[in-house]
Ligand binder design. Structure first.
Ligand SMILES: [Mn+2]
Length: 290
C-alpha cells in the first residue's frame, strides 16, 4: 500500500486541533442518542445544507456516529473547487466529536470514493471502513453501508443523480416557456412537466427496488437489518423480515437516523425541528412579551 502523507483536497485532520470554526460551536443542552447515522451531505456543493447540519451537530450528541457516505462530494470538487467556511465547520465539528471521545465511523460512498483507499485507517479519531455491522442496544445486528455497491444490479440509476437538483426545478419552470415557443412555431402543446413527472414515478419505482435489493442482500448476510444512504430517501420499514433504514440526505431532506438508548430507532427531520424551535417562543421571550 502506498504511503499517503495527506488526505485529498489538502484536508489535514491535525490542523483542526489548533483552529476554530467560523460559526462558534454550541455545546450546551445537547440531546443524547446512542447512535447517529448521517449521509449524503455533499460538502463542496451549493446544494449542501451545511448551516442546518451545523445546527444539528450543535444540538445532538451520541456515543457512536456513522458517516454513511457521500459526505464530501469529490466529483464536483474536482470539476470546480467550492469550499465555504461552513463546510469546513462541519468537518471541524465531526473531528471535535472524535476528540471528545465519540466513536466516529466513516464509510465513504461513491462521491467520496477517494477516501476508500484509506479503509482500515484512522484519521484524527475517525475510523474509515468499507462497511460495518452495528449492534443495537436491544441486540439487533445492522449492516451499515452506503448503497452504491448495488448500482451495477440496478437499471436506469444514472438520472437519479439529478433528482432534486436545481435543474429539476428549472425543468418545471421551463415548461411554460418551451410551450410559448412551440406555440409561436405552430407546434402542439407538449408537457415537459408531465415528462418530468413520469420520471418521478420511475423514481418511486427505483427507490422501492433499491430498498428491496439492499434488504435482500442484508438477509443473505444473516443480519437483522441494514442502514444505507445513497438514494436521498429517508425511510424505515420491514422488508421481508429485514429492518430497512435509510438516513436520507442533507441536500433536500435534512434527515438523520438515530438510535435511542433502548435501541428504538427514529428518523429526525431537522428542518422541521428548526422551524418548530423558531415558531414556539422560548420562556424568556414569552416573559419579555408579557
Ligand atoms: Mn451515493
Amino acid at each position: 500500500m502506498a504511503t499517503v502523507t495527506r488526505l485529498p483536497f489538502g484536508l489535514d485532520p491535525t490542523d483542526f486541533s489548533s483552529s476554530s470554526p467560523s460559526i462558534p460551536e454550541k455545546i450546551t443542552d445537547r440531546r443524547h442518542y446512542r447512535t447517529i447515522w448521517i449521509s449524503d451531505v455533499h460538502l463542496g456543493t451549493r446544494g449542501c445544507n451545511a448551516d442546518k447540519l451545523i445546527d444539528f451537530l450543535d444540538h445532538v450528541d451520541s456515543d457512536t456516529m456513522y458517516l454513511v457516505g457521500d459526505i464530501i462530494d469529490g466529483w464536483r470538487l474536482k470539476k470546480k473547487f467550492y469550499w465555504p467556511a461552513a463546510h469546513n465547520d462541519v468537518v471541524w465539528r465531526i473531528l471535535k466529536r472524535a476528540r471528545r471521545g465519540a466513536r466516529i465511523v466513516y464509510i465513504p460512498g461513491n462521491h467520496d470514493e477517494m477516501f476508500r483507499q484509506f479503509t482500515g485507517l484512522n484519521f484524527g479519531g475517525v475510523e474509515i471502513r468499507r462497511s460495518a455491522v452495528h449492534m443495537t442496544a436491544d441486540g439487533k445486528r445492522l449492516l451499515v453501508l452506503h448503497g452504491d455497491e448495488f448500482d451495477a444490479v440496478m437499471l436506469s440509476h444514472r438520472w437519479l443523480a439529478h433528482l432534486g437538483d436545481a435543474a429539476y426545478e428549472m425543468t418545471m419552470a421551463l415548461n411554460r416557456w418551451v410551450n410559448l415557443v412551440r406555440r409561436a412555431m405552430g407546434l402542439r402543446y407538449w408537457s415537459l412537466s408531465k415528462y418530468a413527472k413520469s420520471k418521478v414515478k420511475n423514481a418511486v419505482a427505483f427507490i422501492t427496488r433499491f430498498e428491496e435489493v439492499v434488504a435482500r442482500e442484508a438477509g443473505a448476510r444473516g443480519v437483522d437489518g441494514v442502514v444505507a444512504g445513497h438514494i436521498h430517501a429517508a425511510d424505515m420499514r420491514a422488508i421481508n423480515g429485514i429492518a430497512y433504514y435509510n438516513d436520507g440526505d442533507w441536500v433536500e431532506g435534512c434527515t438523520a437516523l438515530v438510535e435511542h438508548d433502548d435501541g428504538r430507532m427514529e428518523i429526525l427531520h431537522w428542518a422541521d425541528e428548526m422551524t418548530l424551535r423558531e415558531t414556539i417562543p422560548s420562556p424568556t421571550a414569552a416573559l419579555a412579551a408579557a
